[in-house]
Design a protein around this ligand. Sequence first.
Ligand code: SF4
Ligand code: SF4
Length: 491
Amino acid sequence: MNKRDASQKPFVLYDASRLLAEQDCACAGDEPAPLALHSGGPASGDTDCACAEANASAVALEASGVWKQAPVLYRIPLGGDCEAVFNVGRPSGVAVLNRPAADVLRTFRQPRPLQGETSRQLAMAGLLIPADAPQDTRCPTDDPAMLTAWLHIANACNLRCTYCYVQKDGAAMDEATGRSAVEAILRSAVRHSFRAVKLKYAGGEPTLNFALVRRLHAHASDQAEQQGLALRETLITNGVNLADEVLAFAAEHGIRLAVSLDMCPGAHDSQRARPENGIYERVRRNIERAVQHGLRPHLSITVTGADDEVSADAVRFALGMGLPFNLNFVRPPDGHLSDAQIAGVIRSVRLAFAEMEANPPSCSLLGVLDRADFARAHSQACGAGRSYLVVDHLGRVSPCQMRMGRTVGDVGMPDPLAAVRAAFTNPPVDERGSCAECAWRYACGGGCPLLGKPLAGGRTGASPYCAAYRTLYPELIRLEGFRVLKLHGLC
Ligand code: SF4
Ligand code: SF4
């Protein structure tokens, strides 16, 4: 379609491929909803968090005779006669409509059957919903298919990042503990009817104990096969020590790589707090070497707000390499964030957004911003307390890597996940104080539950990053709309 045609024929463009970030956290979902008409291809990954699972739900277009416009749509002009449109009540990606398509959308203010390609595409993009859809718009808590586990391979690290929440020493996990941990995780997975397990080899720095990663990979592969579970593995590393044999092993055995990166030479090195300089150059070279080995590292960019340019530099590097990335907002161990820090995070992200606008990636930006996900509705920002557990180097179990000191059991237990679930509450966003009234809640999930403002009765409220989220979400929607438009050569 050329630009002239674009102004006359109705079009609905969107990309529901989702950037599944490789973070250190427990993600909120599994796989993206298969709604992409124009997909740049999903880039799978892991954050440092516990993923929350997504229910992939294809739109049963033929199942409902009559459709109507979704009740709450967020619309942002993109220039020309185009706009980005997002279903706030049921996030399912960002669609770009030209004026003729917007006219078709308007006709669905009164319920009517789908007629023609444009209305079908509006339904596929999640902007139309079946007229008989239930009135209760609350997002149900989904039933995750994958259990994610952090395996604390080493409590030692070769860096001292200023924002790190791990209380490090020189200790490492031994093989007997690691094998017991794998068995305990799989035991819980079977007991709770998960279909897949994701192991995150983490620390500290897991490459300092990489021989154990090799052995645990073999053990986990055997055990998972015997139990009929799918296995997915990620090495979460600072990228300093990526020897050829580490990269070759990861590539050969399908182990994904997630690398922490806070770019630009001075800032990366100063945030890394290591006596010698040059860490930035070494990590950059190692990422390039990983790509040469056939890996596609996910870059986990921690936004501290301390230096405006750092995140933008890291994003520029990721875009230049064509690598997936995620902007993780710093999570201070004491949960305290000053107004100045939050303002710094907003400034940093805006500079990073400017990089994305200048050089839009082929992959979706819907999951790039901290714990938010604009591709699917979810009621929790992560799977902690539900589909996530952490095993430290001594075999002790806790609900989150930020809570490693607060043990709820060990790998000798029959069902460590049950102990985690009993000990950790991750409230749905509808129960997090002011979040319940927030239009963004099913894209946001309320942020990390550990950072949530304490409310009366021991309840957890909105994230201290709320103001940053509310400021940046509309900008991300506009950016994704612009990216989709650009991908189609329409701007
Ligand atoms: S509780 Fe917070 S730090 Fe822990 S996995 Fe969830 S989002 Fe990440
Ligand atoms: S943290 Fe803020 S933006 Fe997120 S759901 Fe709660 S109120 Fe909304």
